[in-house]
Design a protein around this ligand. Structure first.
Ligand SMILES: CC(C)(COP(=O)(O)OP(=O)(O)OC[C@H]1O[C@@H](n2cnc3c(N)ncnc32)[C@H](O)[C@@H]1OP(=O)(O)O)[C@@H](O)C(=O)NCCC(=O)NCCS
Length: 175
């Protein structure tokens, strides 16, 4: 068994597929983000552009021909070895099946083949589900897990909680 696969995945045996997004996924990504009622919803154009320009560092989970989850990411221009995860979301009726963890591990493995060695993301302090998701992914990938402050609430133009930076890398110690 591949050690980088989530051990508690429950989507085995279904026809869930994981693939890079295409422009045709932009509309669904926007809808999934909007329906999450948690994520900052960017413009429809932003999702379409992301699917076009950052497909190589993003992933979609598709079930019965419909995108039900996505991860958008990019390689940091100043640190191309870092895969920065921008947004992760799974449709509410598909949660708890290991889909987000599988997307993140599959995406990391795909990017690792191109020289990525670590993953980073920002999470607000109230999003415990996301913190646990990334902790689980770090464990699955055999990476350390470290948190540090990044953006304060006053850095944002609108009402927004702080965003902490989470680093998944071999050379950081688990929290
Ligand atoms: C967060 C989110 C992407 C998780 O998707 P998911 O497919 O249900 O997650 P998974 O089933 O892959 O869970 C992976 C791990 O994270 C944990 N986890 C996921 N959501 C959790 C929650 N709400 N509370 C506690 N733990 C959670 C799971 O227990 C699992 O850990 P384990 O392997 O140790 O058992 C999904 O709930 C979502 O779309 N939320 C709204 C958008 C959001 O908050 N995105 C993240 C912002 S950075």
């Amino acid at each position: 068994m591949d050690p980088a696969q989530p051990k508690s995945r429950q989507d085995r045996g279904t026809d869930m597929t994981y693939r890079p997004p295409t422009v045709a996924d932009g509309i669904r990504l926007h809808a999934i983000a909007r329906d999450s009622a948690v994520l900052d919803v960017n413009s429809g154009y932003a999702y379409v552009l992301w699917c076009h320009d950052f497909s190589g560092t993003s992933i979609v989970a598709e079930y019965q021909g419909r995108a039900v989850g996505f991860v958008t990411g990019y390689r940091k221009p100043s640190r191309p070895d870092v895969l920065m995860i921008w947004q992760v979301a799974v449709d509410a009726d598909q949660r708890g099946r290991g889909i987000a963890a599988r997307m993140l591990t599959d995406l990391f493995k795909r990017c690792r083949a191109d020289g990525v060695t670590s993953m980073q993301t920002t999470i607000s302090p109230d999003n415990l589900g996301s913190q646990r998701l990334f902790a689980a992914v770090a464990k699955t990938l055999g990476l350390g897990f470290h948190r540090e402050s990044l953006f304060a609430a006053h850095d944002f133009p609108d009402a927004h909680l702080p965003e902490d930076l989470y680093i998944l890398a071999a050379d950081v110690h688990p929290e």
